[in-house]
Design a protein around this ligand. Structure first.
Ligand SMILES: Cc1cc2nc3c(=O)[nH]c(=O)nc-3n(C[C@H](O)[C@H](O)[C@H](O)COP(=O)(O)OP(=O)(O)OC[C@H]3O[C@@H](n4cnc5c(N)ncnc54)[C@H](O)[C@@H]3O)c2cc1C
Length: 473
């Protein structure tokens, strides 16, 4: 029985071939054999982070080809800093846009009600800019880096079952593999999650779905109203009762990405296939809204509906053996209202590489994984909570609460000094904890405390924060 899946084609084998004198950029004291499940952002980031340290990394992906959906993704400084450290600065910069602002607009007339300043403020404050990019370009950059480093990627390999204690996993084709460490980054609908938690965790519906679409900017500029009212170098967000539209440039500013959030009470599995009517259904939610938005939505030719779901914070991301773990959406799926899920997955990956760098024998692996988890649970839980809270803030109906929200954001619109804002992308406190996190430093700090015999503090910190936040959700 092969221990690690063989490449499925000769072409794949050639792509995965590395010269025998390959030197990792930074070598961990011990080299582990790591099996990663899922080639999304979380899985590929894990592969890059661990391979950079010299670990042998195999990624198994269910899909026969790597195809990210045609939509945009925001890349905030916390994850961009990490990808710069991985040598991906040029690849990301070449395909992304550094926006100047995020404008919040009032739903009925497009009046500016909030303003997050990205350029040059973010690079000055956080060392790297804020970026927006097509998902496939981010995915491609991670994939190319993984292949360059010698990660073995096995497409069309679906994991059917896990044994978290050995650890091992079995594919649908019957093959079984026995790595030192098993990392499942198998997304929102993770099957590994239940293996880790021991119970079925329900996905939470919050009454929303998102239509995603792209419009060519050249077409937008042909419409005089759109050309006059839009800032094509910034993000633009229309907010209204239970509904919002986030939009921004991607593909070096050639396309305009739209995330159109609408009320949806039914479970995604009950959605009927109304693809033919989906454009008119999507547009119907925006009758009476800002005429500029209505004109932009008229330019949308195709759209696809995406479920907006999350999970409640989990008490653990690791198996009792500490030789299998989950990360990314599998561990902490969150609402997209902070645009942070993929970024937190990239942090998970860097933190894991750092934890494995601290050990000198395989026997210490459980300690490293425990330390990683103690740092990652509070961090990801805090972002899940912030995302949940921000969705509520975005969707306030007309009324006193909304008027208070808008009044509290006036200073950022008027370019006055402010110390707090309900717009969490501008709020100075949120910005600091969200964007200035150094996951590797947090792991080193937690490890030192464990070494000094203060591990109780580290574990208690994670549990306290978890119970505090889950009580509020
Ligand atoms: C509308 C919307 C907008 C968003 N915007 C942003 C944003 O701007 N910025 C941001 O940071 N985040 C954003 N997010 C969140 C982000 O998309 C996710 O957090 C991120 O893509 C999760 O990556 P992942 O690798 O954990 O999971 P996924 O990308 O879902 O990858 C999981 C992979 O595992 C594979 N897989 C599953 N099961 C198996 C199996 N049994 N065997 C083998 N392979 C398997 C799947 O095929 C898939 O390729 C947004 C989310 C939504 C819904």
């Amino acid at each position: 029985m092969p221990r690690i899946p063989c490449p499925s084609t000769a072409e794949e084998a050639a792509r995965n071939e590395r010269p025998s004198d390959y030197k990792p950029p930074s070598e961990a004291p011990i080299r582990l054999k790591v099996a990663v499940v899922g080639a999304g952002v979380g899985g590929l980031a894990t592969a890059v982070a661990l391979r950079r340290d010299g670990h042998e990394v195999h990624v198994s992906e269910d899909a026969p080809a790597l195809n990210e959906l045609g939509a945009g993704i925001q890349v905030p400084p916390n994850s961009l800093t990490i990808m710069h450290k991985w040598g991906m600065e040029e690849a990301i910069k070449a395909k992304s846009v550094e926006p100047k602002h995020l404008w919040w607009k009032r739903w009925q007339d497009g009046k500016i009600i909030a303003n997050t300043r990205y350029k040059p403020e973010f690079e000055e404050n956080f060392g790297v800019p804020y970026r927006v990019i097509h998902r496939s370009h981010l995915h491609e950059a991670l994939h190319d880096k993984a292949v360059e480093l010698g990660v073995k990627i096995h497409l069309g390999h679906t994991v059917a079952s896990y044994d978290p204690e050995r650890p091992s996993m079995r594919f649908t084709n019957g093959r079984e593999v026995f790595p030192d460490l098993l990392v499942a980054a198998d997304g929102l609908k993770s099957t590994a999650r239940q293996v880790i938690t021991g119970e079925r965790i329900s996905l939470r519906n919050h009454g929303f779905a998102a239509y995603r679409a792209c419009v060519p900017v050249v077409e937008m500029k042909k419409n005089p109203l759109i050309a006059k009212s839009m800032d094509f170098e910034s993000l633009c967000l229309w907010v209204g009762d239970q509904t919002h539209v986030m939009s921004y440039p991607i593909k070096n500013g050639e396309d305009w990405n739209l995330v159109i959030t609408v009320p949806e009470q039914r479970e995604p599995c009950q959605w009927s296939d109304h693809s033919k009517q989906s454009l008119s259904i999507m547009r119907s939610f925006y009758e009476g809204w800002d005429p500029t938005l209505i004109d932009i939505l008229k330019l949308v030719k195709t759209t696809f509906k995406w479920p907006v779901q999350d999970i409640a914070p989990l008490p653990t991301y690791t198996a009792p053996s500490k030789r299998m773990l989950i990360l990314g959406d599998a561990a902490h799926a969150m609402l997209p209202s902070m645009a942070a899920g993929a970024s937190i997955a990239i942090e998970d990956a860097q933190a894991l590489a750092q934890a494995l760098h601290l050990i000198h024998s395989r026997r210490q692996l459980p300690e490293a994984i425990t330390t990683w988890e103690s740092v990652r649970i509070p961090r990801a839980t805090a972002m899940q909570e912030a995302s949940y809270r921000h969705m509520y803030t975005l969707h306030l109906p007309d009324g006193p609460q909304k008027r208070t929200r808008d009044r509290l954001m006036e200073k950022e619109v008027n370019d006055e000094h402010f110390i707090a804002s309900p717009n969490q992308w501008s709020d100075p406190t949120t910005q600091r904890w969200a964007y200035l996190c150094d996951p590797a430093a947090e792991v080193r700090d937690a490890w030192e405390k464990r070494e000094a015999g203060r591990d109780e503090y580290v574990v208690a910190k994670g549990e306290e924060i978890y119970s505090m936040i889950s009580a509020r959700l």
